[in-house]
Design a protein around this ligand. Structure first.
Ligand SMILES: [Zn+2]
Length: 345
């Protein structure tokens, strides 16, 4: 039987086909191992648990005079992360990168400058316009198509006991907790201008099973009990802001990359949550934990134990909800894990 969320992806096959026809010749995909990035990505995904997607990322390569420009992504779809790298046979100084006319801060990597970017999951944009400047003057430009991935729609409504049942009005304490949680989260969504991505990327769990995919459209059931009977209220529609990974209570949760703990706290909806800042606008979050093992302000390494899976907050059962935010854009966290980031040595 084909799962519902895969059925919803059928139109994607046609988009890939169309994209393949139009993009053929523009995409360079050397055999794995002949590109430094591929061997890096291969070594990275080799550490992923059984069953995780170990497909190496796609790369698009553009050259112009002394400039070599790479764009790496799982598949350049909307909702997915992209790694841009610039190399030069002359000099990297004075180079800047603009994506859709907005400058993207470049980080010095191993023999390159790099930047992370994400296509919004809802973007209607069909291509990203890339421009490279030197000392403010345009050197060259490229276009990278955006694959119009269709995200799934959940068929059944979700019932979450402490959210769906609106019979009793929330207590003053609960309302205060909700408000306090909201403020703490806003404060945690701040990324500093410092690169913490100084080593390889790691998988967040020691086993792999997606229980709810990124950006699936879901409706939460809402009801009131009147004289012992359920009275339906309008449901609440939301788009899943992260990916749910299976995890029974007490299973380990690992940091996907080096970073600083911006938040380690118990919030109303998110439950026990850790939010990491990876620097330069990249943040990751780990929700619904049963136990938090890191403290606010602590520096963590990729693969470090952050806490344990649980069922705190607004959930149906224990799991890890992981989210990724790149320059304010909600991004499929799993699309980030395959990128061959080359930190400066
Ligand atoms: Zn979730």
């Amino acid at each position: 039987m084909i799962p519902d969320f895969l059925k919803a992806r059928r139109p994607l096959y046609f988009i890939y086909l169309i994209c393949f026809v139009f993009c053929a010749g523009k995409t360079t995909r050397p055999p794995a191992g002949t590109e430094p990035g591929f061997s890096r990505a291969a070594a990275n995904v080799a550490t992923f648990p059984e069953g995780a997607d170990k497909t190496l990322p796609e790369v698009k390569k553009f050259t112009h005079e002394d400039i070599v420009f790479y764009a790496w992504s799982k598949d350049f779809a909307r909702g997915h992360a992209i790694l841009f790298e610039i190399e030069s046979t002359k000099s990297l100084s004075g180079l800047s990168l603009l994506v859709n006319n907005r400058e993207l801060k470049l980080v010095r990597g191993d023999g390159c400058l790099f930047a992370l970017f994400a296509n919004s999951p809802d973007t209607k944009r069909l291509k990203n316009d890339i421009e490279i400047r030197r000392d403010g003057a345009r050197v060259t430009g490229f276009e990278i198509p955006v694959v119009q991935l269709e995200y799934p729609i959940a068929k059944s409504k979700l019932t979450v006991s402490n959210f769906s049942n609106a019979t009793k009005p929330a207590s003053k304490e609960t309302l205060e907790w909700i408000e306090e949680s909201r403020k703490k989260k806003i404060k945690a969504f701040v990324s500093v201008d410092e690169n913490f991505l100084t080593s390889e990327i790691r998988y967040p769990r020691d086993e792999h099973k997606i229980t709810s995919p990124f950006h699936i459209k879901r409706v939460y059931e809402r009801f009131k009990m009147v004289k012992g009977k359920k009275k339906k209220l309008p449901g609440k529609t939301s788009f899943h802001g992260g990916t749910d990974l299976k995890g029974l209570t007490g299973a380990p949760i690992f940091a996907i990359a080096d970073g600083v703990v911006n938040l380690s706290d118990h919030l109303f909806y998110d439950g026990k949550v850790v939010i990491l800042d990876h620097g330069y606008g990249v943040l990751s979050g780990y929700l619904h934990q049963s136990e938090l093992l890191v403290k606010n302000g602590e520096r963590v390494k990729a693969g470090q134990l952050l806490g344990k899976t649980g069922a705190t907050g607004m959930v149906q059962g224990p799991h890890l909800h992981i989210f990724l935010n790149i320059h304010g854009v909600k991004t499929d966290p799993l699309s980030f894990l395959v990128l061959p980031i080359r930190p400066a040595k």
